[in-house]
Design a binder for this molecule. Sequence first.
Ligand code: HEM
Ligand SMILES: CC(C)=CCC/C(C)=C/CC/C(C)=C/COP(=O)(O)OP(=O)(O)O
Length: 298
Amino acid sequence: MTTNVLQLQRSVRAKIHEYLVLCKHKVVMLLALTAVVGQGLAPNAERTLLEQMMTIVGIALLASSAAVINHIVDSDIDKKMRRTDARPVATGSISNGHAFTFSMIMLAVGFSLLAQFANWLTAWLTMFALVGYAFIYTLVLKRRTPQNIVIGGFAGAMPPLLGWVSETGTMSAEPWLLVMIVFTWTPPHFWALAIDRKKDYENAKVPMLPVTHGIEFTKTMVLLYSVLLTLVCVLPFLIGMSGNAYLVASLVLNSIFVYRAWQLKFAPKEKSAIKLFIYSIWQLMLLFMALFIDKWLI
Ligand code: HEM
Ligand SMILES: CC(C)=CCC/C(C)=C/CC/C(C)=C/COP(=O)(O)OP(=O)(O)O
């Protein structure tokens, strides 16, 4: 193979990677998992596997579309933070115009898939989540209030409800418990990272909780939310939606969460905050897998 072909291959691969970064693909994969579990826990509506898969693709495309808008709107902030200054829109490696077109294509395809393979309620609720994250959180709340993620986190918490509604066409009480789990998980997930990256947010003048209220207060909040999360996670068991296997998994995963949050507050080490952030991602993934396994495999 000539050097030119190799170089072309490498630059195509690099471009694809940039577009994946633009979509926040790892976040979207976890969001999609929570939507799959929402589908899996809903009463069996006898939908085909194709319909279910296309629904998840639709939700993932709208979440990715929202993430791209977030990169465009936030590029001024992203340029000022070490964690984000290499992002493709912030560096100019992908132009605003290209990013916007990409986002709108994903929006159109994702919405059509949801209307076609799920139902209108799912399509519009997912659109509501997109607006919640891309505009209400990113454009308004993030720059104004340290409670930004408590309120904005609602958008990220919606996928289990979206998955459920795609199966049933109605919003019953049970999927709201799953929404509550992700909603309660989001503040300790994000604030752990924000403690570690406080300087970044200070530099960019973003009013995140550690900047406005200090690190100690934020650590207390992380601990309190981790206890609240433990309690909320028991609710699916209490209403009979999930069984003993889920209860055990949830108690183990949340005990580790509370223990780590306790350590962060009362016996911190240099990397306690970032380790808690990374743990939070594994915790949510395993928790939702436990919900699914409990229903289908045990
Ligand atoms: C408003 C709500 C949320 C905020 C403010 C938030 C904030 C963040 C931030 C700042 C990062 C670091 C990203 C990076 O370095 O590129 C991150 C990573 C991550 N978040 Fe969240 N998050 C939220 C909700 C969620 C939700 C709902 C999920 C999934 C259900 C999620 C899953 C993840 C995952 C998987 C990562 C790791 C991504 C990677 O390694 O590239 N987050 N989050
Ligand atoms: C349609 C649908 C389900 C939408 C959900 C949208 C979505 C991708 C939610 C995840 C939230 C998230 C990654 C926040 C990051 O905060 P940030 O943007 O402040 O973080 P940053 O500093 O890393 O950009």
